[in-house]
Design a protein around this ligand. Structure first.
Ligand code: 5GP
Length: 104
């Protein structure tokens, strides 16, 4: 089970910013910007390369959640979204997550 699944299951603590049926948003424990959030599907998918056709709407939901959270936090005029894919690109946690970073 990934560290993010443990956070989703409330087995380890995290600063939860937003949650809905299929997605959770937490603050990154080692922020690389003034605001650094992780948008995480509750379904444990190891990497973007492991996505299945059935995950299409889940991915879309992740971006809609990013938009909502950015608006709610008043950072919608300046933010970046990114996925790291595999270790060489910096992926440490094998449970897909969308980084949302802003320096507003
Ligand atoms: P990756 O490098 O896999 O793209 O991103 C993983 C991110 O998760 C990193 O930015 C790291 O700081 C964050 N992270 C790792 N473990 C934890 C944790 O236990 N709690 C929280 N909130 N963030 C974590």
């Amino acid at each position: 089970m990934s560290i993010f699944s443990k956070i989703i299951n409330r087995e380890i603590p995290a600063d939860i910013v937003y949650e809905q049926e299929n997605i959770i948003v937490i603050k990154d424990i080692f922020p690389k910007a003034k605001t650094h959030l992780l948008i995480i599907p509750k379904k444990e998918i190891a990497t973007i390369n492991d996505l299945q056709e059935d995950d299409r709407w889940l991915l879309a939901d992740m971006f809609f959640v990013a938009k909502k959270v950015a608006r709610d936090l008043w950072i919608e005029e300046w933010y970046k979204l990114s996925f790291n894919v595999w270790e060489k690109a910096g992926q440490e946690v094998m449970h897909i997550h969308l980084h949302l970073l802003s320096n507003i």
